[in-house]
Design a protein around this ligand. Structure first.
Ligand code: BGC
Length: 364
């Protein structure tokens, strides 16, 4: 690992001086320091498992690279694993010096990291850790903390409802996303003791392949058929939560059965305002994008970036230098915080029927 970084640093320094000597032909001069910074390629995973990738990550990453005068190429693999690899290959061929990837699973991520390393291109795992991958850096949120907030959020909503021995269903994220494993560790840490004590009853518990919202609806419909008395739903993100809410609506159970989420999407926040969703987890993606862009630029310049910890790769055992950010739980009375932070606008949130709920919730 260390050796890898040193080799890369040497390569970068060499490339940097060559580019500088030949003159920089890109229209944006490297404003960030005096060393030429190569292009950065970003591969987002899809646009369906969460709105965040296109509405937040793409926007904030582009802004961060533009502000630093660094050329970026941001593409979306649209959930297609072979496309993911093709995009990475093209980025490397087109001269990317650093890749920032959100893997579709660890295998896809590792294939890209191996290829990149063989070409002297550094890789940052963005949001999802590639197990056994060996990326230079990992930038994300404290994902176990995300899950803990979801578990505690569900407990708060069930307590507010004075639910007695509620049957709790779990709609977990993709089994191939390490984040989903961490989220589950977080919320199971809260729920398991309640199952063990008999305060809550463990209901159906299933993972949703690729975080597919349509599959989530089918899975939840089966859950509710097999267990019509589900009293609470731990859904791992807003998309899965919305799928469960749609099924609950068909049975006129929405609003009576608390459902969790994650990502503070417009849809999730509207479900909260409507009283159909109990909470979401807000992750300030601007901070994540800024941190990743800073590290990418440092790598492209052959410098060491700033991190605030390490993350254990459970497959290789490596401690990956990381930037991990703190998530925030959002309930109806704190929806306004997400708007105040500029993550969603009042205009997109407070449309039509939601105007009154926004006013009632103090959204400005
Ligand atoms: C991300 C979540 C997102 C999910 C589905 C996870 O890896 O951390 O924010 O909702 O993937 O895209």
């Amino acid at each position: 690992m260390r050796k890898g970084i040193l080799t890369l640093t040497a390569t970068m320094a060499l490339l940097g001086s060559t580019v500088a000597a030949c003159g920089d032909d890109s229209s944006t001069a490297p404003a960030d320091g005096d060393k030429a910074v190569g292009k950065v390629g970003v591969i987002l995973p899809d646009s369906k498992s969460s709105a965040r990738w296109e509405t937040a990550d793409r926007k904030y990453l582009k802004e961060a690279f533009d502000a630093a005068g660094v050329e970026s190429d941001i593409q979306n693999a649209q959930g297609d694993k072979s496309n993911f690899q093709t995009i990475a290959d093209q980025m490397i061929t087109n001269g990317a010096k650093v890749l920032l990837i959100v893997n579709l699973d660890s295998g896809t991520g590792k294939a890209v990291i191996d290829k990149a390393k063989s070409q002297g291109v550094a890789v940052i795992d963005y949001d999802r850790l590639t197990l056994g991958g060996g990326a230079e850096y990992y930038v994300s949120f404290d994902n176990t903390a995300v899950g803990k907030l979801q578990g505690e959020g569900l407990v708060k909503c069930l307590t507010d409802q004075k639910a007695e021995k509620p049957i709790v269903a779990r709609l977990n994220g993709s089994p191939t996303d390490n984040n989903a494993t961490l989220f589950a560790a977080g919320y199971n840490g809260v729920l398991q003791p309640k199952f063990d004590s008999g305060e809550y009853v463990a209901g159906p518990d299933q993972s949703v392949p690729d975080w597919d919202n349509t599959k989530a609806g089918t899975i939840f419909e089966q859950m509710l058929t097999s267990e019509p008395k589900i009293g609470g739903v731990l859904a791992a993100n807003d998309g899965l939560g919305n799928a469960a809410i749609a099924i609950l609506k068909k049975q006129k159970l929405n609003g009576q059965v608390p459902v969790t989420g994650q990502d503070a999407t417009v849809q999730g926040l509207q479900n909260i305002l409507a009283g159909d969703q109990c909470m979401t987890v807000y992750k300030a993606i601007k901070k994540e994008a800024d941190a990743a862009a800073k590290l990418a630029i440092a790598l492209a310049k052959g410098e060491k970036g700033e991190t605030n910890g390490t993350t254990k790769d459970s497959e290789s055992g490596a401690d990956v230098p990381s930037v991990l950010l703190e998530p925030q739980a959002i309930f109806k009375d704190s929806v306004k915080d997400v708007v105040a932070d500029g993550f969603v606008t009042k205009e997109e949130l407070c449309t039509g029927d939601f105007a009154k709920a926004c006013t009632d919730a103090g959204v400005q």
